[in-house]
Structure formats: C-alpha cells, structure tokens
Design a protein around this ligand. Structure first.
Ligand code: ZN
Length: 294
C-alpha cells in the first residue's frame, strides 16, 4: 500500500500525490460513502495501485483539522493577504480571519501586499497592530519583491490564502505559480464576484514540490456563531497571555475592575486599536447570543 496526499477531487476521481511526487488518479472505496466520509483535498491517504497511474483509496488518515469553506483538510498555515495601499487593509476582517485560523489550529501569516506603492507609515501601522498576533511578510505581487521570502515561509506546509477582494490574492498566487491563470479580481471587477464560485478547492504544488497552496475562490470562514463571547480573547495571541493577570477569572476584558488586559493596553503592551476592535466584536457576539434566547 502506498501513501500520499489528495490534491483535488473531481467527479468521483481523486488526484493523489505520492512520496515520489507522482500523481495517481484514484477512486474511493465504496465503504467511505457508506460511512458518510468524503475524501477531501489535503487528506493524507493510503492507496493501492491497480495500474501504473490509477488506484483506489483504502484509508483516510486522521485529520489534524478540517475547514468548511473551502472544504479542505490538514491545513498547516493560512495566509491573509492585506493591502497596504488601495484598497486599504480592512483591520476587522483581518482580525476575524485570524480568529478563524487560530481556532482551526493553523498557523497564521499576514502577507502585506502592494508594499512597492504603499507609504512607509502605513506599513509600520499594520506591523504595529499585528506584530504580537502573527508573523508578517511584506510583498509586492507587481514587482516580485518579497516573493522569495514568502516562498520560504510556504516550504513544507499546506497553506490556504485568504483576503479581502482586490487585496491582490490572485495576482500574488499568479506570481507564485508561473503560468497559472487565476482570475485577478481588480477593483473594477467587483461586480463579477460569484461568477466562479462553484469551483472546487484544489491544492497547488509549488514548482519545487516544497509545499502546497490551496487554490480556492472564496475563503471567509468566520461567522462567529460557534464562538462563545467569553472565549473570544483566547483566539487573540497578543491578548490572551495577559488574561492570567486579571482579578476575576470570569473577566472578558471589557472594562471589569482589575483587568490585566486593560492595564497592558494602557502600558502600550497590547495595541490599542486591536483591543478596541476586540471589544467591538465581543459586544457583537454578546448581542447575538442575547437575541438567540429572546
Ligand atoms: Zn481582563
């Protein structure tokens, strides 16, 4: 039996990359369907070859994580593409994506695009907000600046890309994968969204086989419905460490007396803007929860 990773599934066929970097067209054994299991891109599998390049998937190894949108398994890292120039970074969106990524137990990476035309102040502001929350890398899809550093970060990992529309996600993926023609969603093309939403998620191999990237039309898996307001701060890597110093164990860090988080904000140890948005999102989740029991 051979082992490999599913890159994509189309019409009941799964394309499995083996350890020798060969791709095999496989079908899943019928019992998967009977057990209600759907093989997903990213799944590590055991398979048997029936011919030279086709075979059957016999076993799906336990998943480390599983995303719903896109439907993929075993994501190591999720890269958030944000723009330091027009359209300017949407901080709340980045915060929400970070929460989803931390919750999925994947490693977050903030990719700051358009650094060739952005003001240095803007880049510094973004860095200041996220330096304690996740790693960042500066790139320009237009000039190729920073792409080598980004490729280095993708090495040995399966990475998903997220980002607000027109932040340059598609251009960046095009630059990473020579010859790949993803639809680039520039500002003018905003109305075209939804046109290609039926495409399936697929893992793209970096040219030197050092890693894979999930190519997917939409990635916005935050909805907050499954997050308890009192647990929200645990998904903030820059805020959570200070919660130990709060007077009350039930503290949600929204103005309670003796709050260690608030003190850290006042001392400049936690970025104040990031904290403000945390409080705003907390209120949103609390209101939603209250409405649910009306
Ligand atoms: Zn607190």
């Amino acid at each position: 039996m051979a082992s490999g990773k599913i890159l994509k599934g189309i019409g009941g066929f799964y394309y499995v990359l083996d350890e020798q970097r060969h791709i095999h067209e496989c079908k899943a054994r019928g019992r998967f369907r009977k057990d209600g299991v759907t093989p997903l891109p990213g799944d590590d599998v055991a398979f048997v070859l029936e011919g030279e390049s086709y075979g059957f998937i016999e076993e799906i190894l336990p998943r480390r994580n599983e995303l719903v949108r896109p439907r993929v398994a075993n994501i190591d890292m999720a890269a958030i593409v944000a723009s330091a120039d027009k359209p300017l970074i949407d901080y709340m969106l980045v915060d929400k994506l970070l929460i989803s990524i931390v919750k999925a137990q994947a490693e977050p990476l903030l990719v700051i695009n358009k650094c060739d035309t952005a003001h240095d102040d803007m880049i510094e502001e973004i860095r200041a907000q996220y330096q304690d929350a996740c790693s960042t890398v500066l790139v320009s899809a237009a000039t190729g600046e920073g792409l080598d550093t980004l490729k280095e970060r993708l090495r040995g990992k399966c990475t998903c890309f997220a980002g607000q529309s027109a932040a340059g996600k598609s251009s960046l993926l095009n630059a990473l994968f020579d010859g790949l023609s993803l639809e680039t969603g520039g500002l003018a093309k905003k109305t075209d969204r939804g046109k290609h939403t039926t495409r399936h998620a697929e893992l793209l191999l970096l040219s030197d086989f050092s890693g894979t990237v999930v190519d997917t039309p939409g990635f916005s898996f935050f909805d907050g419905a499954d997050i308890a307001p009192e647990a929200l701060y645990t998904y903030y890597d820059d805020i959570a460490p200070y919660a130990d110093t709060c007077r009350f164990t039930s503290c949600v860090h929204a103005g309670e007396p003796g709050c260690g988080v608030k003190q850290a904000v006042e001392k400049g140890e936690i970025n104040a803007d990031r904290y403000q948005r945390y409080v705003a999102l907390l209120k949103e989740l609390q209101e939603r929860k209250a409405r649910r029991y009306d």
